[in-house]
Design a protein around this ligand. Structure first.
Ligand SMILES: [Zn+2]
Length: 450
């Protein structure tokens, strides 16, 4: 899923602008080196006069979203593209200095211009153009003719702040955006969109700041996208913006009391990240939790030290097939092979079919090999990439005495979710062990999982 959505958008924009500048500087350097080493085949002065039929710098080409369709560009980050024209053998490129102007090309009021050769055309990128300003670009050709192009930059009709950002927010929080100018409220409300959709109402802090208050708390743990658009009071379109966030809610206030009963932590599959695997064992040791591990037989064989330590710590090692195959698709013999090659074969009679993929045939073969099918009562859905708070919340909201909880050794949010979960469950009267658990978990209330 989207752990990267934790990085806040403004920071990302800064990084992007930075990288662009870096790339620009690198291109100019390469250009300079090329020009220094390439033989001069033609004198610039002997070439044809420059013609700029393609250039037409209009308001449209200078919109913050730019002609290249890159919505991240704005006037402020110095990467707006001005225009392009054929430059082969004509411009005095050998004397270009980034940011110091280009001989024959001047901009008024002055602003740094960076030249960039791309696919035989010279692109001009500005340094920092001011919004709502009239500029004149003067071009002097080698034949002595000149040309001027004038253009106006647009005002900064953009969202300058917004929320909620990233994750870790309460689903009752309003969705809001603040614009850089006074806006036409009706147009903003008409263009506002939330995905998945939610009913709600608008309110305005001032002429620039809109709040959308959802009627119901937004869907918990679901990635949401907000779209904002509309027009300013003067009719200028606002730059459309969208962003994502994921509502999270704090752990429930009330948890079903444990009353001294056990609750079972189970961890499936294995992981490529051995540091994560070892951290899990440390956590279990630190919080004195006795868990059941269901790695694949293949993973267990590849990590004998780990398995040895886990058993030494008092955890159980049980069967999740040899290779995590989808058993119902296999022949009887293959199914038997998968089970016989599973971890803990001979020492644990619990079999957890991969992806909860079961059939009468699989059950029968497992039973003939002495196994009992062992599923779970509560799926943490950590495999979905949920935030740690989501994982903790899901378990606490559903836990009951003797519940079997499903986790995965490879899920990224699990390690962070476990300590608060252990602490809370213990304080609610649960024993964190597989010992003394009543019955077998056979009917998880949710769909098939890993
Ligand atoms: Zn699995």
């Amino acid at each position: 899923m989207e752990p990267s959505s934790r990085v806040t958008a403004p920071r990302r924009w800064c990084t992007v602008a930075w990288l662009r500048r870096l790339a620009l500087a690198a291109s100019v350097l390469v250009l300079a080196v090329l020009l220094a080493v390439l033989p001069r085949t033609a004198s610039p002065r002997s070439s044809l006069p420059l013609q700029f039929p393609e250039i037409s710098l209009t308001r449209r080409t200078l919109a913050p979203t730019g002609p290249q369709g890159n919505g991240e560009r704005s006037f402020a980050d110095g990467s707006l593209y001005l225009g392009s024209f054929p430059a082969r053998g004509a411009l005095p490129l050998e004397s270009l200095t980034p940011g110091q102007g280009i001989p024959g090309i001047t901009l008024w009021p002055p602003a740094p211009l960076w030249p960039l050769l791309r696919e035989g055309a010279l692109h001009l990128e500005h340094g920092l153009l001011a919004p709502t300003t009239s500029y004149r670009l003067d071009l002097a050709w080698h034949d002595g003719t000149t040309q001027s192009i004038t253009f106006d930059t647009l005002p900064l009709y953009e969202v300058i702040a917004r929320g909620p950002e990233a994750g870790r927010i309460d689903p009752r929080t309003p969705v809001w955006a603040r614009f850089g100018v006074d806006v036409d409220r009706a147009s903003v409300e008409a263009n506002f969109r939330l995905e998945p959709p939610a009913a709600g109402s608008f309110s305005w802090l001032d002429n620039r700041t809109v709040l959308f208050q959802p009627q119901q708390p937004l869907a918990y743990g679901v990635l949401h996208r907000a779209f904002v658009a509309g027009s300013a009071l003067d009719g200028t379109p606002l730059s459309p913006t969208s962003w994502v966030f994921r509502p999270l809610i704090p752990p429930p206030l009330r948890v079903t009391p444990g009353q001294g009963a056990p609750v079972v932590f189970t961890f499936d599959d294995g992981t490529h990240d051995m540091q994560q695997a070892w951290s899990l064992l440390s956590l279990l040791r630190q919080y004195e939790v006795k868990a059941i591990l269901f790695p694949t037989g293949r993973w267990a064989r590849a990590h004998p030290d780990y398995i040895e330590r886990a058993l030494h710590d008092g955890h159980r090692l049980c069967n999740h097939s040899e290779t995590h195959a989808r058993l119902p698709r296999l022949t009887d013999e293959q199914i038997a092979q998968e089970i016989l090659g599973g971890a803990g074969h001979g020492s644990c009679d619990l079999f957890r079919p991969p992806s909860m993929d079961l059939s009468k045939r699989v059950e029968k073969i497992a039973a003939s090999l002495g196994y009992r099918i062992y599923l779970w009562d509560v799926d943490s859905r950590d495999w979905e990439g949920l935030y740690p708070e989501d994982i903790t919340h899901r378990i606490l909201a559903r836990v009951k005495p003797h519940a079997v909880l499903l986790f995965h050794m490879h899920a990224w949010g699990t390690l962070e979710a476990l300590p608060p979960l252990f602490a809370r469950l213990r304080s609610e009267g649960y024993l964190l062990t597989y010992e003394g658990v009543r019955g077998l978990p056979k009917k998880p209330s949710e769909g098939p999982q890993e």
